[in-house]
Ligand binder design. Structure first.
Ligand code: SF4
Length: 292
């Protein structure tokens, strides 16, 4: 059995930077993270053990004394202003690529486009975008396009940074088709780490019969990797931790791919690879660079 690591996998630079910032905060005054920092139970447990609490970015002022932290996927400018007017210390770990999505939407609105955001309405990043532009129409399925009013002349589209590229392009094409009389402008704000991981998954599926996806069950991008692998016909195994792997499951596997969502720790991926290696003495790790 050969083990192949995806060329790009696991935590992105934005989430790593946010975790680093949190670990550098003096916690004695209390730290409240506004939103879920990473959808990973291993990391969540570590943070809870450090005494870190969780709150909602929209509940301005509702936190214990000390420091509040905006997560990598940001908040609206209104929310940011609101928290800065409280007596709490604010640490902003918003990823630069999320800030870019905010600025792109702002530019489109200023240029007179009806704003459309492709993404999940309840995701913290989309809530941040619609917090500043409540008129924005959120589209995740083709049926959501019905909310765009007939006769609109200019439609400006951006995407949540972590949406699958193919879904986004399909929805943009559908909007352009339905509103062929309108000027449709699309600014592609799917972030590069998301694109890289999706492309790496496609490459992995070309050479593997089995794929192990490592990541939280509540992690959206991990689920997307699982779906993507299944859609390409790979026997796909989703695990949160290496203890969920069983040797018998790989009895018919010749080439096993390993990838991980953007909230998965490198250490967890290393442990998964070590466990798989232990399943066979003839296994070989073909791509051992554990960095994305
Ligand atoms: S997934 Fe992309 S946008 Fe989100 S934190 Fe990572 S790099 Fe930034």
């Amino acid at each position: 059995m050969n083990i192949h690591l995806a060329e790009h996998f696991g935590m992105c630079f934005g989430v790593k930077a946010a975790l680093r910032s949190i670990n550098e905060i003096e916690t004695s005054g209390g730290v409240t993270v506004l939103g879920e920092l990473v959808h990973n139970p291993v990391v969540q447990k570590q943070l809870v053990e450090q005494g870190i609490k969780y709150g909602s970015p929209e509940k301005i002022g509702e936190a214990e004394s000390g420091t509040v932290v905006f997560t990598a996927h940001g908040v609206s400018d209104n929310t940011r202003r609101g928290w800065s007017e409280t007596s709490l210390q604010v640490v902003d770990t918003t990823c630069p690529l999320v800030k870019k999505a905010h600025r792109s939407l702002e530019c489109l609105v200023l240029a007179g486009y009806l704003p459309v955001v492709i993404g999940q309405r309840d995701h913290v990043e989309v809530r941040g975008l619609t917090g500043d532009f409540p008129e924005a129409i959120v589209v995740l399925e083709a049926s959501d396009i019905d909310a765009i009013p007939e006769g609109v002349e200019k439609i400006g589209i951006i995407s949540q940074t972590t949406q699958p590229v193919k879904r986004v392009q399909g929805l943009v094409d559908e909007i352009a088709k339905r509103f062929h009389g309108a000027e449709v402008r699309f600014v592609n704000t799917v972030c590069q780490p998301t694109r890289d991981r999706q492309q790496a998954m496609e490459d992995l599926c070309r050479k593997c019969d089995t794929v192990v996806v490592v990541g939280g069950r509540n992690s959206n991008n991990t689920k997307q990797l699982v779906e993507s692998s299944r859609a390409r016909g790979c026997d796909t195994i989703h695990v949160v931790e290496p203890g969920e792997l069983f040797k018998d499951r790989f009895a018919n596997s010749r080439n096993v791919g390993v990838t991980a969502g953007t909230s998965t720790l490198d250490e967890t991926v290393e442990e998964v690879v070590e466990t798989l290696r232990g399943f066979t003495v003839s296994s070989s790790v073909l791509a051992t660079e554990l960095s994305s």
